[in-house]
Structure formats: structure tokens, C-alpha cells
Design a protein around this ligand. Structure first.
Ligand code: NAP
Length: 307
């Protein structure tokens, strides 16, 4: 029987692990299918306080893990296949093994949706990004492209004009799904060019290990052309990792956990942390803050229950 099980090993999960380990609760962290979370697929992080020269994302998240292990947190590789949160203690099926726990911190994150191209995957962190706030700064006076037609794409395109020489916004249909006010801002921004009815077929140049351009295809005419690009931002949505909790945790229409105050979910003893609940800020530092909140809630819950 565990006191605390933490699902996810990104900033939220690792921070929750540091706090609960220091509270002597010997947390078990189940690392999930993307160990290290979003930071593990980025390069330099310049906005995490305490690192004036910046720090590599994978290094930062690994250091958090070591910090948690130093205080007694245990890590296990695997993902939760099934969860039973209706009985107490809670039960989790991880790679064929059932684990019981008195509290659960869900820090499973939201995975960025990608286009699905091989060349795109190979260049993630090398010019391909899913986070303008994180990586826009690296593309000062460069050519930037954003893909997507929702509010995120509009927001990212506008934000990136602070840095880029030009921002090209590519969308697969002839109309955006974003809200009117966001579209109006894009249309009014002289640095943004829109390319409609188009998709990216290839990202160049894997052999150089950096983004140099993309092959665009017009879905109406079938025409293809190559456009030079230095930074490619994919803003086609996120998928919260909440599948095992459907029908148990209170989720919104897109599958994000609904907060029931602070880090609390609708189930006593189950807490949320990070991007699995947060569709707005999605930053390393906010996820860490949320991990801290969830850990404190878990400690208090266990204390109140007499453990
Ligand atoms: P979204 O609204 O689901 O939009 C995703 C966009 O990506 C759609 O335009 C979609 O095209 C496109 N897309 C999906 N898969 C694609 C693919 N494989 N290839 C090319 N394009 C693809 O996602 P979001 O923009 O991240 O927004 C999520 C939620 O957060 C929304 O409710 C949004 O309103 C909200 N949000 C609000 C703000 C704000 O108000 N400030 C900012 C950001 C997000 P189709 O249109 O053709 O389906």
C-alpha cells in the first residue's frame, strides 16, 4: 500500500515527488509514456527562474528527478492502463500489476498534437516546436511558420511577430475555427501572412539537423512548393492524458480534469497537477507550482485521515 502515487514525470510530477518525499511519504512516480514530459522534447529553457544562462529541458527535468530520488521518491517505468478510483484505497493497473494507494496525484500532462511527419518528429527541438512562449525568442528576425486554425494558432502567430521577420500561418481549410476577435487580430497584423487550404508534406532539413524549410501542398490545386522557414510552430491542439479516468474523474468536454478548488478533483484523495488540468498557461514553472500544490493537498489529506 502506497501513501502517494504520482502519475507523470514532467515538471508537475517531479515537483510533487520532491515535496511528498521531503514529507517522508515515500512517493512512487509512474513515469508514463513520455518520461520527463514536454521538457524532454525541448532544448534550451530560458524562463525557468534560477538559470540565468538557461538550462537544457531534459537536464532540468532529470535534475528534478534526482532531487526527488535524493529524498526517497521511487520511480517506475510504465503507464496506467486502468484505474479504479471508485473504491478506496485507489487501485491502478500498471503494466499488468495492480498498485494500491491512499492518495493519487494525476500529473499526466497533455500531449501536443503533431502533424505526424517523420521529418517533423526528427526536428522537434531543432526548429520544430509546440510552444511559442518557450521557443519564440530563438527566432529573432527569422522566418517563422505556424500551423493551425484555432485560437492557439492565432495567439501563437500574433505572439511570434514580436520576434520573427515574418510569420506565415498555414491552415488546412479555407476558414479558421478560431474566435472572431483572434482572427481579426491576425488579419490586422502586417507581419502575418496566411496560407489557406494547405498542408505541410515535409520539413527540411533532417540531414542538417535543423529546420530550413517546408514543402507546402495546396489541397485544392494539388500544387506543391518549398518555402524557407527557420522556426516551425505546430499549434493544432493538445490531447490531455486522462483516458484511464473517463467516467471517474470530472473531465471537461476536451478531456481536461476539472478543478474542484486548488489541486482537488471531484474525488477526495485524488489531486491534479500541471497540463492535465491547465489548458491556459502550460509552462514548466506553472506545472511545478501545481505539483507543489497537489503535494501539499496530499500531505494534508493523509494527515487528516491519520496516516
Ligand atoms: P483547436 O481549437 O482544436 O484547433 C486545432 C486546429 O488545428 C484546427 O484549426 C484544426 O483544423 C487544426 N488541425 C488539427 N489537426 C490537424 C492536422 N493534423 N493538420 C493540420 N491542422 C490540424 O485547438 P487550440 O487552438 O489549441 O484550442 C484549444 C482550445 O483552447 C479551444 O477551445 C480554444 O478556444 C482554447 N484557446 C483559447 C485561447 C484564447 O482564447 N486566448 C487561446 C488558445 C486556446 P480544422 O479547423 O480544420 O479542424
Amino acid at each position: 500500500m502506497r501513501n502517494v502515487v504520482i502519475l507523470g514525470s514532467g515538471c508537475a510530477g517531479n515537483t510533487a515527488a520532491i515535496y511528498t518525499a521531503r514529507a517522508n511519504l515515500k512517493p512512487l512516480v509512474i513515469s508514463g509514456h513520455e518520461p520527463g514530459g514536454q521538457l524532454s522534447i525541448t532544448t534550451l529553457v530560458e524562463n525557468f527562474p534560477g538559470f540565468p544562462e538557461g538550462v537544457d529541458g531534459p537536464v532540468l527535468v532529470e535534475r528534478m528527478k534526482h532531487q526527488a530520488q535524493h529524498f526517497g521518491a521511487e520511480y517506475m517505468t510504465g503507464s496506467v492502463i486502468e484505474a479504479d478510483l471508485k473504491s478506496y484505497p485507489f487501485r491502478l493497473s500498471v503494466e499488468g500489476e495492480w498498485i494500491e494507494t491512499r492518495t493519487l496525484i494525476v500529473a499526466t500532462g497533455a500531449s501536443a498534437r503533431w502533424l505526424g511527419l517523420d521529418s517533423e518528429y526528427k526536428l522537434i527541438g531543432k526548429g520544430v516546436s509546440s510552444c511559442a512562449t518557450c521557443d519564440g525568442f530563438f527566432f529573432r528576425d527569422r522566418e517563422i511558420m505556424v500551423v493551425g486554425g484555432g485560437d492557439s494558432a492565432m495567439e501563437e502567430a500574433n505572439f511570434l511577430t514580436r520576434f520573427g521577420r515574418r510569420v506565415t500561418l498555414v491552415h488546412r481549410r479555407d476558414s479558421f475555427r478560431a474566435s472572431k476577435i483572434m482572427i481579426d487580430r491576425v488579419r490586422a497584423n502586417p507581419k502575418i501572412e496566411t496560407v489557406m487550404n494547405s498542408v505541410i508534406d515535409e520539413v527540411y532539413d533532417v540531414s542538417k539537423g535543423t529546420v530550413t524549410g517546408v514543402k507546402l501542398r495546396n489541397l485544392i490545386t494539388g500544387d506543391t512548393r518549398v518555402q524557407d522557414v527557420d522556426g516551425l510552430f505546430i499549434a493544432i491542439g493538445h490531447i490531455p492524458n486522462t483516458k484511464p479516468f473517463v467516467g471517474q474523474l470530472d473531465l471537461d468536454e476536451d478531456g481536461y480534469i476539472r478543478s474542484h478548488g486548488g489541486a482537488r478533483t471531484n474525488i477526495r484523495g485524488v489531486f491534479h497537477a500541471g497540463d492535465v488540468q491547465d489548458r491556459v498557461y502550460r509552462q514548466a514553472i506553472t506545472a511545478s507550482g501545481a505539483g507543489c500544490m497537489a503535494a501539499i493537498e496530499a500531505e494534508r489529506f493523509l494527515e487528516a485521515e491519520g496516516h
